[in-house]
Structures are given as C-alpha cells and as structure tokens.
Design a protein around this ligand. Structure first.
Ligand code: NOJ
Ligand code: NOJ
Length: 484
C-alpha cells in the first residue's frame, strides 16, 4: 500500500485575489453607502440595504433571464461567508463594514418574512423576492424549502457570533425570541421542522419531490437551531428540533442507491432531470455537514466518497473543456449541475459547467482532507478504492486496507486531496475574466462546456461565495496539516 507524496503548493488564489473576489461579491450587496438600482424598461427599483442580488444581469442578446432579484438560498449562502469575514476581520474598518451588512441583512429578512402570502404558499417557502424586499409574484417554481434551511443556518451563525460577543439581548430582540414564532430565525426553524417531509422544488428550481440536498441542510439547520434554543432557554424547541433532525437522518438514508453507488438527489425521480447523480448533493453535504465522527453523512463515509466519485466522473468525459484540458496536462475537472441539464441562461441548447458546482467539488476535497486529519479513518472498500484511484491514479492500495493516521500513505493522501482541490481552483481562476476597468477575477454562473468561455449570468454572487467557502476550507486544512 502506498503512493508518492506530493508537495502542496500555495493556494491558486493569492490574498490579493481573494480581495478582488470579496470586492466582486460586495458589489452585489446593497448597503446604505452602496446603492443598487434595478433599471428595466418597466420600472426602476431601489434595492433595500441588506439585499443580495443573485447577479446584476438583465435580459439581453445572449441572456434571456433576469437575475437582478434576491433569492433566499443564494442570499443566505453569501451572508454566511460575510459572517465569517466579519468574525475574522482584523482591520476595524473592514469589521464595521461587514457588521453593517449583517445588520442590514437581518432587517431585510425581517421585511421579506413579514409580508402576507400572495402566491398561495407560506412566505417562508418563497424562493425569490424583488430587491426592495417585496414578494415576487410572477410565475415561478414554488415552494423551495431549502431556502428557509439555509437562512436558518446563516441566522444561527450570526446569532452565535453576537452571543459570543455578549449581546444576548440583541439576539433575542432581533434574531431568535423563544417567545415569538415571528422572530426571524425561529420562524425559519419552525417552518423547517414542520415541512421537511413535504415535497418541494429543489435548489435548481426544477424537480419537485424529496431531495437529498434539501433535507441534509434542513437537518443541520435544526440541529444548530436546537443548540441555540438551549442557550436561550427554549428547551421545548430544543427537543422538537432534535427529534425532527433525527427523523430527517433516517429519511436521508433512503436516498442511497446501492446498485449505482451514490446518494440520489430526488426520491422517486431518479431517472429524471438531475434526480440521480447531481452536484447539488455534494454542495449540500458540505453546507449540511454536522462534524460529528461517524455521522452517516460524514465526508469520510463510503457512501459520500462514492457519491463524489460519480459526481466528478459524470462530467469528465462529457465536457470538451475537460478532455481538452486533460490533453494539455491540466488536472482540474469542471463540473455542472447534472448530465442531462440543458439550462444555459439563454435558449437552453446544452448545459454547462458551473463555477459554483466546481468550487464545491474543490471544497469537497479540502473538507474530506480536513475530516481525515480530524481523526476519521477510512476502510478501503471497492467504492472507496474507485474514488482513491480517481484522485491518485498511481495509488497502490487493496480492498480491505485501512487508512488510518498511522498508515504510511495517509499523509500522501491528504496532500493529494489538497492538490486535487488546487488543480480545480487553478482551472477556475483561468476561467475568470478581467473587465475593461481593470477589475479582475470576475465569474459568471456558467463556463461553456465546449469553448471554456463564461456564459449565463455575469458576476454571480453564489460563484464568489462558494469560492470563499472553498479557500476557507483549504486554509483550515493546510493549518491542521502543518500541526499534524
Ligand atoms: C430553469 C433553470 O434550470 C433554473 O435553474 C432557473 O432558475 C430557471 N430556469 C429560471 O432562470
Ligand atoms: C439558477 C439556479 O439553479 C438557482 O439555484 C439559483 O438560485 C438561481 N439561478 C439564482 O442564482
């Protein structure tokens, strides 16, 4: 058993690069000093501070969609990264700037949630709002229940930061009031606890059903919510949220497709658009991670590892950009949402690789390396071996081997995983563009699977947020590795 160790290089994104990424993201968040105005032929809408726009792109010659809206899911994922930036900022001015965004977001969410239902569904199941915070009443796929779960996670994150700073009363007044079902976080948790068994539209706004990617985030939201409820003395809620989370865990296991070797996204629709292997599962495994050794959905579990194998494999030969890169000796693979996807932001001719999906594949490698370093070992089954050969083709390993910290190729595996993530980020960086004004590292939603050119919505907030997630996980992993 063994293979050659490799040396980890620097992160493909330098600190200056990360700054540029942050600025590109901040451009999409309205604050009192950064106005965002949506101008279309029909109307002009001023964004309310705290609104995160999905992208500034409006319908045009090569793009038929309007992304100048607030999506609950996209917004929560973005603000979660802003909360990390706030927590880790050392420059007081920067810290203030991030704090202002968090406070504006709390206000914005309050406005969004306190509106009457207009589309015959609970306001908490609504996926999309105008940038002034009013409900979008046009035709759309509803409900999208991952939104409330992502939002609950982000609000819990913010609440925990403020509690650590000693601002309990602020948290009770503005985020989670045990006495009020209307307080923004409690509302999302109650909605999630009561509705996780209901069919919903998934994160790609297409399939209706029970989705792995929705439920695993709901589970984590309830577990984190339960812990916060305990801190705030809401013990009835604690046990309710915990019990529901446990049930969700059982429901999630039903998504394991033993004959195919992966967690299918949508129960009862595995043969439909994205109901089977889907990178939405990988993304949610990361954002829905509960960091408990031996959790069924730990990144180190055989089922999760095998799902990652198939998610990457599905796109490797499908996209010309990947086969061309491979011929040039470029390692990182680009991935899209699912193989039969046709959505391209315009005429839906063929689906493409997505920045955010690819960033999260890199995040998976970093996250897996991190969990391994934190003490989990993996036993080499057939499926695990298949994964290991994908990331380290030269690996010499046998079914039945056990990879524990003491095993000789453990360190080499960690280094390989980090390098695999880096190879991906290298390709992502190569796909970014510099604008005429000199601002760098702009990322759209999609990368054309044939030409490798950016297409669909420009400057997609979620593309930037997932990149920040990936480099953050990388930094944590490299630190752990240095200490090991
Ligand atoms: C179909 C796409 O697949 C979905 O992701 C998108 O949000 C909607 N069209 C609207 O643009
Ligand atoms: C389409 C994506 O499929 C969906 O996940 C996202 O919320 C919207 N675009 C807005 O970015």
């Amino acid at each position: 058993m063994g293979f050659n160790a490799m040396t980890i290089k620097n992160c493909p994104f330098t600190p200056e690069d990360i700054n540029a990424i942050k600025n590109n993201l901040l451009n999409n968040i309205a604050t009192p000093s950064h106005a965002l105005t949506k101008v279309t032929t029909g109307a002009t809408i001023e964004a309310m501070p705290g609104a995160v726009i999905a992208s500034p792109s409006l319908p045009g010659n090569t793009f038929s969609q309007d992304y100048f809206f607030y999506w609950v899911r996209d917004g929560a994922i973005v603000i979660n990264e802003i909360a990390v930036l706030y927590k880790t900022a050392t420059d007081p001015q920067e810290k203030n700037k991030f704090k202002e965004i968090l406070l504006c977001y709390l206000n914005f969410v309050k406005k969004v949630q306190s509106q009457p239902e207009l589309n015959s569904i609970d306001i908490l199941g609504e996926p999309k709002f105008n940038v002034d915070g009013t409900l979008w009443t046009g035709v759309w796929s509803r409900p999208q229940n991952d939104g409330a779960a992502y939002q609950a996670l982000t609000l819990t994150h913010i609440a925990n930061i403020f509690l650590q700073e000693g601002n309990k009363q602020f948290v009770i007044d503005n985020i989670y009031n045990p006495q009020s079902f209307a307080s923004i976080l409690k509302a999302n948790l109650e909605y999630t606890a009561a509705n996780w068994q209901a069919n919903t539209i998934g994160p790609w706004e297409e399939l209706f059903g029970l989705h792995f990617s929705v439920q695993i985030v709901q589970r984590r939201a309830l577990l984190e919510g339960a812990a916060l409820a305990t801190q705030l003395g809401d013990t009835g809620a604690t046990s309710y949220y915990q019990t529901q989370a446990q049930h969700i865990g059982n429901a999630l296991n039903m998504h394991w497709n033993d004959s195919l070797g992966y967690f299918s996204e949508t129960l009862a629709a595995q043969d439909q658009r994205g109901g089977g292997i889907n990178t939405s599962v990988l993304i949610a495994l990361l954002y829905g991670q509960i960091k408990q050794a031996n959790d069924d959905f730990a990144l180190t579990s055989e089922e999760v590892i095998s799902t990652a194998y198939y998610a990457r494999y599905a796109f490797e030969g499908l996209y010309q950009i990947n086969t061309r890169n491979k011929a040039l000796g470029i390692g990182g693979s680009l991935v899209g949402r699912y193989c039969s996807d046709v959505y391209d932001g315009n005429h839906s001719i063929y689906g493409n690789s997505w920045f955010l999906c690819t960033n999260m594949l890199a995040a998976f490698y970093y996250g897996l390396a991190q969990q391994l370093l934190e003490g989990n070992s993996i036993s080499v089954s057939f499926l695990v071996k298949q994964f290991l050969q994908q990331v380290a083709p030269a690996i010499d390993i046998a079914i039945g081997d056990k990879l524990s910290k003491a095993s000789p190729c453990f360190k080499a595996l960690i280094e390989t995983l980090v390098t695999q993530g880096d190879d991906i980020l290298q390709v992502i960086k190569a796909c970014s563009v510099t604008y005429k004004d000199g601002s760098a590292l702009h990322m759209s939603e999609q990368i054309d699977r044939a030409s490798g050119k950016q297409i669909s919505a420009q400057d997609l907030s979620w593309s930037y947020a997932t990149l920040l997630t990936a480099v953050r996980l990388r930094a944590e992993t490299v630190k752990l590795l240095a200490a090991a």
